[in-house]
Design a protein around this ligand. Sequence first.
Ligand code: HEM
Length: 479
Amino acid sequence: MEFFYVSLLCLFVFLISLSLHFLFYKNKSSFSGQIPPGKTGWPVIGESLEFLSNGWKGHPEKFIFDRIAKYSSYVFRTHLFGEPAAVFCGANGNKFLFSNENKLVQAWWPASVDKVFPSSNQTSSKEEAVKMRKMLPTFFKPEALQRYVGIMDHIAQRHFSDGWDNKNEVVVFPLAKRYTFWLACRLFVSVEDPAHVAKFADPFNELASGLISIPIDLPGTPFHRAIKSSNFIRKELVSIIKQRKIDLAEGKASPTQDILSHMLLTSDESGKFMHELDIADKILGLLVGGHDTASSACTFVVKYLAELPEIYEGVYQEQMEIAKSKAPGELLNWDDIQKMKYSWNVACEVLRLAPPLQGAFREAITDFMFNGFSIPKGWKLYWSANSTHRNSEFFPEPLKFDPSRFEGSGPAPYTFVPFGGGPRMCPGKEYARLEILVFMHHLVKRFKWEKLIPDEKIVVDPMPIPAKGLPIRLYPLNA
Ligand code: HEM
């Protein structure tokens, strides 16, 4: 199937490369100076296939480190997704991009993302990003999240008793996706009934897997399925929104019960409320942003705890101390989360070694200089988590799993960046911390486990996932 898409892509490239080449040269910036070293690869597709295929082989960092070594430079030129691009590496590269948001650079997504998920157009524009950013803290700031710890615990209990308890073997990644999606449905739009959640889950998985794909919109392609699914979910969300408006008017829904009520009742400075479709797009954006990222993180927690018994033991001790301090039936609360320090250090080390997002794009909104090189306006710029996470300059013995790296003041600034940085840093960071810790609590309290495929391959497309979804054998602790 992959071969089919690659062949189609080559045909596509052959047919339009000349015309796009013409366009490219016509639009070339007049900015002079030495551009970063590197090569542009094939016409139009540039080095996109090398960029993606290193991920399919499980080593996305290879694309970065090969070029850092070849050009002896922490910034190099390439050509990705039809666009001239530069990759910024190391702590200085991260710092530069994160601190120049909306001054020299702004967010940019490949065309596939814009088509599947039109609201990414809006959040990347300065105005929409500001609006969204103003609204999100009410839902995502730690004080607000405190209210949700108990709900997360409640959903986690239901999830573990439905999907894990009384099973000898499970496949972790699909279960982790079910967990994070259930939580999001409950906390964003108050959909808790598993049958209703399941109605969204399949189309949502199609959407997530076609989001960063080769943008060929033909029946059967992941891209085509993603567009169809995105339209379906939007329609479903709009019908939930319409019903909620009625419920709010009749006093049957609470203004603070979830992010949907909040969005419906919040107006901008001019007193205007958001349109239903706009709200649906924003909620879809949050669902997409938080789905595979947190599921990938939970899956890798399970993988590393299976491989490292002494780390498992540390997490188990910490979580059992918390579990023993609770009265029967008492839900986890904010104070319990604050006690999960070692568990969070472990989760951070997981995010360092297996960052769910490998990096993100920006676009140069003006000509500028970086490290003595000229970056022309319009170039796409990429920051890469692995360029610091797996670099011995920033993390000695980078492949060693060592949660103590996060003790004390932790890693140097701009080196640990699984959530990005600067004004566009992931708004769901604290929410993700809670859902991962609540997941770890229930997991170690209930089970020990072992991997069924000891050397299971990791595929990064675009998130890291064990190729077979991480099948494990469970050993219940209360048996
Ligand atoms: C372990 C879990 C997660 C990781 C590693 C992660 C990582 C990231 C990263 C690296 C970015 C891009 C920053 C950039 O452009 O430089 C991002 C953006 C974003 N994330 Fe997360 N994220 C996670 C969970 C979540 C959750 C749970 C939500 C929602 C509840 C969420 C919502 C978003 C949104 C809406 C954006 C786009 C922000 C914008 O365009 O300004 N993320 N995330």
